[in-house]
Ligand binder design. Structure first.
Ligand code: PLP
Length: 428
């Protein structure tokens, strides 16, 4: 495959944009080489600036669950754009998408829209602190909740790829209010509550972790967190930026039957436009300005183009009774295919999967938390990544990322992918 034009464009970009990218993981630092520049995309395929066609397993890091340039989303955006792209006033569209989201997700009465997953999680934490009148939060090593200060502590994929455990610029004062726990380790969480009595406002968690590869919660783990929060007057926040509207209509809350106090959304909810949201029961959401004392705002929040895209996406998911089953079946098919060819080629590996999230780890042991995720053989991953890229299969350029399966993938695409993996496995 030729990447000539992408390389030139990257060299130009590096002169004017730090590292040539507007989000670090795009820079291929975790795998070496220079990033591809996207030219267009349709369905399951990406086309780069050298006109290579790639089967896309990143899907803009999650949002394109129905494929790229999904027609109802494109049409909705075009129609809205002609009527004005931002008003800074309320629109009927915001109420429509709010009603639909609330009807799909369990246990929420009100939702507020923001512009990114980062903003959603940052605002959820502020709300939890204001509501409980406590300062500390618990987060899990390897979970990523966006790049706001409180969360940039052992934050998974982006930071792990770069080997930066904590970002400079986050003050000690902020860092001391973030307590770290190990994913899937309830005793660890209980000990933190014991040592910080009546000080913990909330636990925030990716109910299925997706930023250290895909790491599912152990049986009963989420339920135990619910119980620990209830026993200690803390809120349970599910960061469903990745899992929301992906694992089920109601996300991980529905899939695992555990209710969160606040749920955060992003990615799929915006249909590929910059959207985040956080939602809760009335008693919590009414704590937000202008009803309550916790301030949160946004000039472009509820932007008409973004809301039109999000509404078209949620409607499509809501009206398709089989969508999540279909996605799961495709992912399982891929899982079985990869499992077979890696086994046949005597590769040491573990595959994790929940619904349409899947990751391949080059380690024999179960991957259940950040430590076990880090045991994967990164050199093998790099060869795997570049091998697949050369075969026209685009997975995330980091060993700490989940692959996202889109409904636009056909079984022929999945077979093509498995064949490519077989070919690459012979070179590992
Ligand atoms: C992507 C992601 C975020 C951050 O969302 P942005 O839109 O990139 O700010 C937060 N939490 C999780 C679980 C994510 O996967």
């Amino acid at each position: 495959m030729i990447y000539q034009r992408s390389s030139q464009l990257f060299a130009e970009a590096e002169k004017v944009i730090p590292g040539g990218v507007n989000s670090p993981v795009r820079a291929f630092k975790g795998v070496g080489g220079t990033p591809l520049f996207a030219k267009s995309a349709k369905g399951a395929y990406l086309y780069d600036e050298d006109d290579n066609r790639l089967i896309d397993y990143i899907n803009s890091w999650g949002p394109m669950i129905l494929g790229h340039a999904y027609q109802p989303v494109v049409d909705a955006v075009i129609e809205k754009a002609q009527k004005g792209t931002s008003f800074g006033m309320p629109t009927e569209l915001e109420t429509k998408i709010a009603k639909l989201a609330i009807s799909m997700v369990p246990n929420i009465d009100k939702i507020r829209f923001v512009n990114s997953g980062t903003e959603a999680c940052m605002s959820a934490i502020r709300l939890a602190r204001g509501y409980t009148k406590r300062d500390k939060i618990i987060k899990f090593s390897g979970c990523y909740h966006g790049h706001s200060d409180s969360f940039l502590i052992a934050a998974g994929s982006g930071l792990s790829t770069f080997g930066v455990p904590n970002s400079p610029g986050v003050t000690q004062g902020t860092a001391k209010d973030t307590l770290l726990a190990n994913y899937n380790d309830i005793e660890n969480v209980k000990a933190l509550f014991e040592a910080n009595k009546n000080e913990i406002a909330a636990i925030i968690i990716e109910p299925v972790a997706g930023n250290m590869g895909c790491v599912p919660p152990k049986e009963g783990f989420l339920q135990s967190l619910r119980e620990v929060c209830d026993a200690n007057g803390a809120l349970l926040i599910f960061d469903e930026v990745m899992t929301g509207f992906r694992l089920a209509k109601g996300g991980a809350q529905e899939l695992y039957g555990v209710t969160a106090d606040i749920a955060c959304f992003g990615k799929v909810i915006g249909g590929g436009l910059p959207v985040g949201a956080f939602a809760a029961r009335n008693e919590i959401m009414n704590y937000l300005a202008p009803l309550g004392p916790v301030y949160q705002a946004g000039t472009l929040s509820g932007n008409p183009l973004a809301m039109a895209a999000g509404l078209a996406m949620l409607e499509a998911l809501n009206n398709d009774a089989d969508i999540f089953k279909r996605l799961e079946e495709k992912t399982l098919y891929l899982h079985k295919g990869i499992d077979k060819v890696l086994r046949d080629n005597n590769i040491v590996f573990t595959i994790n999967r929940v619904g349409s999230m899947i990751s391949v780890h080059f380690d024999a042991n179960p991957v259940v938390d950040f430590q076990t995720a880090k045991n994967g053989d990164n050199d093998t991953f790099k060869k795997f990544f570049h091998g697949l890229l050369n075969e026209g299969v685009y997975i995330a350029p980091s060993a700490y990322e989940t692959w996202f399966i889109t409904d636009a993938l056909t079984y022929e695409d999945l077979d093509f992918t498995v064949k490519a993996i077989d070919k690459v496995a012979k070179t590992l």
